[in-house]
Design a binder for this molecule. Structure first.
Ligand SMILES: [Zn+2]
Length: 112
């Protein structure tokens, strides 16, 4: 999770490095107000911690995508295996059926 706020002077987004679960934890760490120089314009502004905005980690999208890909591949792989497991017996059955059928169709010339 990333904490951010918009600088009131230059309107640029600033990110904070605090690793906290909620505002209470942040309050315990830094108090009620944040005193930080803006990353873009350097202006020192007090910002109440209630005005900080949290957003999910930027990598969470990539992680979700990776998990989705793995799941898709796994499902595809198992479907492939399932297809084989289903197809091979049918193929064996039809091959055996065809062999028998060919045996029955082809007759030797009678000698008498
Ligand atoms: Zn600024």
């Amino acid at each position: 999770m990333l904490l951010s706020y918009y600088c009131s002077t230059c309107k640029k987004k600033n990110y904070l490095k605090y690793k906290v679960k909620d505002r209470f934890e942040l309050q315990n760490k830094i108090g009620d107000e944040l005193n930080k120089h803006c990353d873009s314009c350097g202006t020192l502004k007090k910002k109440h911690i209630n005005r900080l905005h949290a957003e999910p980690n930027r990598y969470i999208g990539l992680i979700a995508l990776a998990i989705a890909s793995i799941l898709t591949l796994t499902v595809w792989y198992y479907r492939f295996i399932a297809t084989l497991a289903f197809t091979i017996p049918i193929w064996i059955y039809f091959d055996a059926y065809k062999t028998a059928s060919d045996f029955n169709k082809i007759k030797v010339a009678r000698k008498n």
